[in-house]
Design a protein around this ligand. Sequence first.
Ligand SMILES: [Mg+2]
Length: 185
Amino acid sequence: MNKKVILVDMDDTLENFTEAWVDYANKRFGTTVTPEEVTNWDPSVHFENVTHDEIYDLILEDDFYYTLKPLKDADVYLKKLIDDGHEVLIVTSTQHKVIPIKMDEVLFRFFPFLTWDQVIVTSRKQMVRGDILIDDAPHNHIGGDYAKILITAPHNRLFDAEANGMIRVENWAEIYDTVRRLAKE
Ligand SMILES: [Mg+2]
């Protein structure tokens, strides 16, 4: 098996960002949007009578980050990838103002085997060198010089992953199997 450098996104890849954001917004604004309705990358378009800035300001609040939960078995399979000998790097476009709370209360809380020297913060993921990117956002895969694993999220369900050179997966068990397959090639 080849050892790979695996780049792993945070939001909607390691944790339930969109689901938590929609819940948090509903509680704040008395709306009833469901995560499944959020088919647009920008969730604010699904909220009536709430502005774009009102929705985006929520994810600058420290309290929001206490509501995030890891995706099912993300910790188990991420640890297995490391134990298999791969180098795992977290690549996130986290806003600079919330880096401390998000690292402490989300990444290192739910994935305590990770350390800060495994984290790269950038919104230009194509500039990062790695063999595989695991990410829910098509725009982070397009133009990247890595194998592309797209994890399904409500906003990307209508995106044709295969036609765009990406491998679509539904969960972390499928991510693990896909990486094992790529590592054998
Ligand atoms: Mg993401």
